[in-house]
Design a protein around this ligand. Structure first.
Ligand code: UDP
Length: 270
């Protein structure tokens, strides 16, 4: 499968349709790198490991990464953001009774609202259950185990997690081996809010020209100004260094104890 390297990350060069077909055949774990993820991936080893589990698909979430791939001379075919992938995925599987989705994330009541809307749209109970975790739940093992049990009991074959990065990727990486019925794992950020109608989605034209960040910033300036206006800036410098063959690639991380080594491949296949 062709991959394009941006900084220390190999991004799978797939179209949305190709990705959905692959997930349908073999399952997998989808992460959606954007500029914010790329910056975090320079330092956050646990996120880097989650990004490199054997069955992970790393697809381009961002028009800016798509432009970057062109600048570096190896263009990515298509932007596949989590919030476009998720509705495309459940519409593709409208009639497929094997697809049962569990939604994990968003504020109290929001995932449930999304469940009702999606099931109405699809015309069947494709979303079988939801859970909106409490703040800081990721450090509370008994709540995490309660979530694992609930997902297993729901019989879900797809887990869509909207906790923001890097929490959602790390949670999936840590617990995926305990989720016995799930074949497809989707880390989808604010998509549950969008599906519930609790946050507005960026107009398509803005997203297509690479201005989704500006739209989201205007909607949530307090939460997102640091992310977009400060933390993302080193990305552009590092890309310039990569173009000049001077990018200082971080060393590969040690594998944290909580990950099963047999599921890891940090060496890329071409
Ligand atoms: N969120 C959550 N629990 C947490 C942290 C975040 O449910 O502990 C939810 C939050 O309510 C929002 C989403 O995760 O719905 C975060 O979306 P963000 O905008 O950060 O994700 P992006 O789309 O930018 O990846």
């Amino acid at each position: 499968m062709s991959q394009v390297k941006i900084l220390n990350i190999w991004i799978h060069n797939l179209t949305m349709t190709e990705l959905i077909e692959k997930l349908s055949q073999t399952g997998g774990f989808v992460v959606t790198p954007n500029v914010d993820h790329m910056v975090k991936l320079q330092k956050d080893n646990e996120l880097l490991v989650a990004y490199h589990l054997r069955d992970t698909y790393r697809v381009c979430d961002s028009k800016i990464l798509e432009y970057t791939s062109k600048f570096l001379g190896n263009p990515i075919k298509e932007k596949i953001s989590g919030s476009d992938l998720f509705p495309a995925f459940y519409n593709y599987h409208k009639e497929n009774e094997d697809i049962k989705i569990f939604l994990l994330g968003a504020a109290e009541g929001v995932a449930r609202k999304a469940q009702i809307k999606i099931n109405e749209k699809v015309g069947r109970e494709i979303v079988v259950d939801t859970y909106s975790p409490s703040e800081g739940f990721e450090n509370n093992e008994s709540e995490c185990q309660k979530i694992v049990t609930r997902i297993n009991e729901s019989g879900a074959t797809v887990l869509a997690v909207g906790l923001g990065a890097p929490k959602q990727e790390k949670w999936i990486a840590k617990y995926k081996n305990q989720l016995t019925t799930v074949k497809v794992f989707l880390a989808i950020g604010a998509t549950i809010d969008f599906e519930a109608g609790c946050k507005p989605r960026c107009p398509k034209w803005m997203s297509e020209v690479g201005l989704e960040w500006l739209y989201r910033l205007s909607c949530e300036p307090h939460r997102l100004s640091k992310r977009y206006l400060v933390e993302s800036l080193p990305f552009f410098w590092l890309v310039l260094l990569q173009k000049l063959n001077r990018y200082p690639e971080p060393e590969l991380p040690c594998i944290p104890f909580s990950f099963c080594p047999s599921t890891l491949t940090l060496k890329e296949e071409s």
